[in-house]
Design a protein around this ligand. Sequence first.
Ligand code: NAD
Length: 296
Amino acid sequence: MKNISVIGSGTMGNGIAHLFAQRGFEVALVDLSPDQLNKGMATIAKNMDRQIAKGTLSEADKDASLHRITPYTSLADGVQKADLVVEAATEKIEIKLDLFRQLDLLAPATAVLASNTSSISITQIAAVTQRPGQVIGMHFMNPVPVMKLVEVIRGYATSEETTKHIMVLSSQLEKVPVEVQDYPGFVANRILMPMINEAIYTLYEGVAGVSEIDTVMKLGMAHPMGPLQLADFIGLDVCLSILRVLHEGFGNPKYSPCPLLINMVAAGFKGVKSGEGFYCYPTGTKEYPVSPRFLS
Ligand code: NAD
């Protein structure tokens, strides 16, 4: 695999494009929105500057990596040479299904189509294409250039050959791939989201405050970040939609999202991306006092 097309240049898409370009692949970065595409390219350059400051990347490697990324607003142009497409568009099922129908028509017949979805069924996505054996989940973690894990999700019809290709490719990217089967939440979010939901219930029921809950989990369980802060970083809207997928997929009330989470998302308090969640982010993520709504 040499030519990689990344669909979506948001938080994950620009990180995935950054990673592939730095490892020497030719990358086409596609987004519907020219504005998002510019922001994505600017974020990649800024994150590479951080690597230079840390001494993990040279100026010459930064220039060469950026040269390997070509931005596109047209899906047809962006995927015409793809050996692999990694879709990292908005987490909405209708968007993913529509995209995969188009990708199936536009990308070369030999191309593997991967999705970075956090929770949507790979089997369902694959079923709208004529190549379900070549559709797979490639779930990177945020921030992509830093986090080691790739959860490789094998849909019901994903072939052995496609799975092997993606496992080997992930290792070439110096990541650690873990193969999992396609059931709601896969492994990462099936375990993480109930913990985050329980932390929100603990707050909602008045058992403890925001910083107390996060401190217990950081100092008691050696988690680098408390669950409420992590929820703010992931996005409370994203957490809610993943919990809904788990709840619906398993039909088990243990996954039902906490009413406090539902209210916060309905009111537009989505965490870092909206400036306030359980914490406030007046200056990005440098300082984050607990939201006054949770101080009594
Ligand atoms: P985001 O909202 O930051 O970016 C999504 C981008 O997709 C936007 O730039 C939007 O313009 C673009 N887009 C939407 N529809 C499109 C289309 N039809 N064609 C091209 N571009 C389109 O979202 P994100 O946080 O980067 O998440 C992307 C995917 O990665 C989702 O499936 C999400 O579940 C998954 N994911 C997110 C995280 C995380 O921590 N944010 C972690 C792992 C996986």
